[in-house]
Design a protein around this ligand. Structure first.
Ligand SMILES: Nc1ncnc2c1ncn2[C@@H]1O[C@H](COP(=O)(O)OP(=O)(O)OP(=O)(O)O)[C@@H](O)[C@H]1O
Length: 308
């Protein structure tokens, strides 16, 4: 089966609440695709529709070209983590996985493999009701991997993880994608996806706001902003503005310069003998790209609503 997810013009309402408002995007194999948007944007609804747990009012969601419900032995095609809290509390982690595996004709050997992969060996025989949210997330990921699926759909897998757990999850997901799987990961925090996602689908109010490779998103915000540290701020401002730069204060001895490259900033300051201790090209973060995108979306919405 081709490892893709294709969502086309999905629509879904819950009474007056519009959860999906014509959402379309494609998830391709080989990298992690971040699925990002604020609370209530429609991430969980879209995932539930893709997994056949909710029927859309319109549109289609296909996995490898087929609706989820038409897949035989679905765990061998798609692994999902939707609600890490959904466990039988009295079962041990291993028994929970054995029960799931049994229902899909998978072996106990496979259960022990995923326990190992998810770093659960030490706690595998403990009752799941004593698990922290972080442990439950790992158990959820282990369950998603049982059928060795080529498509993974994970709703907020970073929730409840400590910093060490976040690093582990990032590397784990990147590794799964590098094996050629399509990996869709939702988060309401863009920063969680930094250094993990190769592609990002940003949504707001049930629609796609941006769908782009991470390097494209970052290039869009990085432009030529430069951070400058100098004890001669007034002099620096004058010589840089004369060269056409826009300069803003970013701290007592720090300026942010846009409109000139770092090389040009160094050349101007040196030519006018303005001392400085640091000039560095600004490395844009995904969070900044997200803020810029969602700000544009808010302005666009306000403008179109006013025009009506
Ligand atoms: N079962 C439901 N009944 C009524 N409204 C719902 C239901 N599920 C979702 N909604 C509404 O649909 C919209 C989208 O919700 P959804 O949970 O998909 O967003 P989300 O992006 O996953 O948000 P979060 O990050 O908070 O989980 C929200 O307005 C929500 O209140």
């Amino acid at each position: 089966m081709e490892s893709t997810i294709e969502v086309t013009d999905l629509r879904k309402r819950y009474g007056p609440a519009v959860a999906l408002d014509g959402m379309s995007f494609t998830v391709t194999p080989g990298h992690v695709t971040g699925f990002v948007g604020p609370n209530g944007a429609g991430k969980s609804t879209a995932m539930r529709v893709i997994l056949g747990l909710d029927a859309p009012d319109g549109g289609t969601a296909l996995i490898g070209g087929r609706p989820y419900r038409s897949l035989s032995r679905p765990l061998t095609h798609v692994g999902a983590l939707l609600d890490a809290g959904a466990l039988q509390p009295s079962r041990s982690a291993r028994n929970h996985l054995l029960w799931l595996a049994h229902s899909q004709g998978l072996t106990a050997r496979r259960v022990d493999e995923v326990i190992e992969q998810a770093g659960l060996r030490e706690v595998a025989r403990r009752r799941a009701d004593g698990f922290s949210l972080g442990m439950r997330q790992r158990l959820g990921v282990a369950a998603a991997l049982l059928g060795d699926p080529s498509v993974l759909i994970l709703d907020e897998p970073f929730n409840g993880l400590d910093p060490e757990g976040i690093v582990w999850m990032r590397e784990f997901l990147a590794g799964l994608a590098a094996q050629g799987r399509a990996v869709l990961v939702s988060s309401h925090l863009m920063s969680e996806l930094q250094d993990t996602a190769g592609h990002v689908v940003v949504i707001g109010r049930g629609r796609v706001i941006a769908d782009a490779a991470v390097h494209e998103l970052l290039a869009g915000v990085a432009r030529d902003r430069v951070t400058l540290r100098t004890l001669s701020r007034p002099e620096a401002v004058v010589v840089l503005e004369e060269a056409g730069a826009t300069v803003t204060a970013a701290g007592l001895d720090t300026l942010t310069v846009s409109g000139l490259t770092a090389e040009r900033v160094v050349a101007r300051l040196s030519a006018h003998a303005v001392p400085f201790s640091e000039v560095s090209a600004h490395r844009a973060t995904l969070e900044e790209a997200y803020m810029e995108l969602t700000r544009d979306a808010v302005q666009f919405r306000a403008a179109t609503e006013e025009a009506r």
